[in-house]
Design a protein around this ligand. Sequence first.
Ligand code: CO8
Length: 286
Amino acid sequence: MLLTRTLPALRSTAPAGRLYLRAMSTSTEPLVLSSRSPNNSVAILTLNRPKALNALSSPLFDQLNAELEKADEDDSVRAIVITGSEKAFAAGADIKEMKDKEFAEVYKRNFLGTWTKIKDIRKPIVGAVSGFALGGGCELAMSLDLLICNSRAVFAQPEITLGIIPGAGGTQRLTGLIGKARAMDMVLTGRKIDGKTAEAWGLVSRCVGDEENVVEEAVKVGETIASFGRVAVQAGKEAVNASLELPLDQGLRLERRLFQSLFATQDQKEGMGAFAEKRKPTWGDK
Ligand code: CO8
């Protein structure tokens, strides 16, 4: 009886990627856990404030940024996965940290401004979302390159219920991804949507079923990306992200220049040569 009562509680705070983690979380552990995929090519960063449903406090975000920069500089890492627990990817910015702040202070200190650093990471980042991705949690997810969720995922921008609006992409990226009508619905009513709906609306790349482990799926995606040449992968990420910022003619010009510049790489010779010789390419990342 005791076991059946405690098991769901254990499940709900377990890291979504527990298969890959070296240790379970305790209060003395870092706010972001770092581990690797079995073949070492994918860095897995797990948000680790399970009791606060991974609320994104400033110290947590600072650690996340530091781990991302470390992974970006580490040549053995070719892709990054960010995940949370089964119950919560992240339930938003830390409301308790924010609630007494004043305009002048948050403006002068650019409160939460460091959230945009994630844009500077050159390696692809795959998000693995289970449970709540609310407010800043949904915005963090949307700032990643590719999102995998499960059917237990819940996405929402509930800021309106707190007397504020989204501040890190919940009106901008969200509208680009799901369109104005649905974005207005989510931003102005705080409507929650599940993983399947998020997939149907184009908020995530893939929604896996309950029987599948979302982190395993994300790592598989990361390992697929990791199996390709890093220069082309970086160029692909840069070109797709540029489409969010540039008018079409400029975006197409940038895409064409990046495409043409890849003919200066050994990997282009290797990739096309291997195809012609019917063999597997060996990427040199140059
Ligand atoms: N901040 C701080 N603590 C939180 C947060 C949060 N966002 N979410 C949950 N917690 C804490 C709870 O306070 C609680 O702590 P305690 O045990 O000490 O009381 C613990 O996590 C567990 O939460 P609940 O008991 O509420 O768990 P439930 O399963 O009953 O409910 C919910 C889960 C539905 C997720 C509920 O906790 C909830 O509604 N949370 C708040 C969600 C929310 O409103 N998020 C948006 C926050 S605002 C925001 O993200 C703005 C981002 C702007 C970024 C700008 C960058 C420039």
